[in-house]
Write a protein that binds this ligand. Structure first.
Ligand SMILES: [Zn+2]
Length: 295
């Protein structure tokens, strides 16, 4: 059990390191800036590259970062740990999460879920989507009670193999079901087990043919969808790209199965530009939400 715990932590650190490579706009504290109306696009996700690399993929609005109309701000959290626990750039304490939820409430922000976006529900002017990646147990034990206190909504994107494999550091299916039944939480996909392949998430391997890639990754994504639906009772509509890496060879598959996707690049997104490839701000200790969102 101890060995499993340590390997999970090592895995988590590696996952996070991968995000650094995924997006040049993923900046540490000293370099982080206020939200820009012209966010930097991910290195691997420029629309021109995407179209060149995929004969089938012809998105009208390839990334939800351009266009006009209301902005959506998406915050990215990972694990939530008890106050006093040392944090890395991808963890926050429960005290910090409470402060964030209080700040959002005090400043008139409304939390929205991917399902609301996909349904075309009216979105308030100050809309923020809270996302939690990987499916850590702290999301249930520490974040969920706070979401209840503030009646704030969040999407938790799980690495399904961790949950299905009963990894003690991650959520259980019962926890997922309970949170979803509250109406405050959606469960999204963060792959079944292809999150960490060579630190690329679902990005193709250098030596891989398209057939090999599709045989490796697409069934993995489908398994994540099927298991979430089986255990939670709701088909996931949200996909969080592991480490922020998009992949043209998976675009058609992902877009045919998910309504909303998100990367790890900083910046607001324009709803009029579509719901795929939404930017997100990584929330970490020491960087207040007011660095990202206008008051
Ligand atoms: Zn992740």
């Amino acid at each position: 059990m101890k060995k499993l715990h340590l390997s999970s932590l090592a895995l988590a650190v590696l996952m996070c390191l991968g995000m650094l490579a995924a997006c040049p706009a993923f900046l540490p504290r000293a370099e982080a800036s206020a939200p820009s109306e012209q966010p930097v696009r991910p290195r691997h996700g420029r629309p021109s590259q995407q179209v060149q690399n995929s004969a089938q993929y012809r998105p009208l609005t390839p990334y939800g970062t351009t266009g006009t109309g209301p902005s959506l701000y998406v915050l990215m959290y990972h694990d939530v740990v008890p106050e006093g626990t040392p944090c890395n750039p991808w963890t926050v304490t429960d005290t910090r999460l409470r402060e964030d939820l209080q700040w959002l409430a005090d400043n008139g922000w409304t939390t929205v879920l991917p399902g609301q976006l996909a349904a075309g529900d009216p979105i308030p002017g100050k809309a923020v989507m809270l996302t939690f990646d990987d499916g850590y147990r702290g999301n249930y034990e520490l974040a969920y009670p706070l979401l209840q206190d503030f009646q704030a909504k969040a999407v938790i994107s799980i690495v399904v193999s961790y949950v299905d494999g009963q990894n003690p550091d991650f959520l259980t299916w019962d926890m997922c079901r309970e949170m979803v039944q509250s109406g405050l939480v959606e469960i999204g996909s963060h792959t079944y087990a292809s999150h960490n392949a060579d630190q690329r998430g679902i990005k193709r391997l250098d030596t891989e043919t398209r057939d090999q890639y599709e045989a490796r990754v697409l069934p993995d994504l489908q398994a994540s969808i099927d298991l979430i639906e089986e255990h939670v009772g709701v088909r996931p509509g949200f996909f969080a790209y592991p480490n922020g890496h998009t992949e043209p060879w998976a675009m058609d598959f992902i877009h045919s199965r998910f309504s909303v996707t998100a990367t790890t690049c900083y910046g607001p997104s324009r709803l009029s530009a579509g719901l795929y490839g939404l930017n997100r701000y990584n929330v970490s200790m020491g960087i207040p939400l007011s660095d990202f969102l206008p008051a």
